[in-house]
Design a protein around this ligand. Structure first.
Ligand code: ADP
Ligand code: MG
Length: 239
């Protein structure tokens, strides 16, 4: 059963060109789909429309059977993590995570338990009292992920979350995120222009070009298909 249904979504910015061009996609419950493609191919715009940060010019987005196309971000069952994580620097880690739960009027004791459990999940048990500015880049991204997860979104949206980190850390976090995603069974859209990232994480890969789907398949199929210029280039670069 598909949880996320994107139907012929188009986004035209005032400049005129279509950033996303009649794009359709169904994502199954618990699936991790990577959106892969060169800079400017429309990946972020698509993700922002699913999260509600951008309105489609036409088309519709349905989550769990509910049309969310025109709902604001806070009324969607989605959680988004951006490349620049935008943590609140004047709050400690605990408060960064607790903020959204307070808005939902969750009782304080429940908030404490919930935040502790999620910090544990992302490998930051005991970090609640730290200011986010005291953390490393990788730890900050984990806090950003935790801040999304604590709200128990139905769909997790990750836009190049590791782009600013070094290669070694990226590889480690990639495995951790995949592990967490599978343990929670959370449906995920993961935007990257790192082909190695997509190949190692995804259940399916959508290769985007000019706002459209150029190819969609399992990683091993995409990897082997010589018809995909983008990925063929990657294979070439491996030799
Ligand atoms: P990607 O994430 O794949 O690099 P984007 O979705 O950011 O691609 O951008 C797709 C296209 O839409 C690009 O041509 C970009 O310049 C354009 N675009 C994105 N956001 C805006 C905006 N707010 N206003 C005008 N054009 C935009
Ligand atoms: Mg982008």
């Amino acid at each position: 059963m598909s949880v996320l249904h994107i139907a012929e979504v188009t986004k035209t910015f005032s400049a005129g060109a279509k950033a996303v061009d009649s794009f359709s996609l169904d994502v199954a419950d618990g699936e991790l789909v990577c959106l892969l493609g060169p800079s400017g191919s429309g990946k972020s715009t698509l993700l922002r429309m699913v999260g509600g940060f951008e309105q489609p010019t036409s088309g519709s987005i349905t989550i769990d059977g509910e049309d969310v196309t025109h709902l604001p971000p806070e009324r969607r069952p989605t959680g988004m993590v951006f490349q620049s994580h935008a943590l609140w620097t004047h709050m400690n880690v605990f408060k960064n995570l607790a903020f959204g739960l307070k808005l939902r009027r969750m009782p304080a004791a429940e908030i404490r338990d919930k935040v502790e459990a999620v910090l544990d999940l992302v490998g930051l048990a005991g970090y609640g009292d730290r200011m986010t500015t005291q953390l490393s880049g990788g730890q900050q991204q984990r806090v950003a992920l935790a801040r999304s997860l604590v709200l128990e979104p139905k769909i997790l949206l990750l836009d190049e979350p590791f782009a600013s980190l070094d290669q070694h850390l990226r590889e480690r976090l990639r495995e951790e995120v995949r592990d967490i995603q599978q343990r929670l069974g959370i449906t995920t859209l993961f935007v990257t222009h790192g082909q190695d990232e997509a190949l190692s994480m995804a259940d399916r890969i959508v290769v985007m070009a000019n706002g459209k789907t150029e190819q969609i398949d399992r990683p091993d199929v995409v990897y082997r298909d010589p018809k995909t210029p983008f990925v063929a280039g990657f294979i070439g670069s491996m030799n």
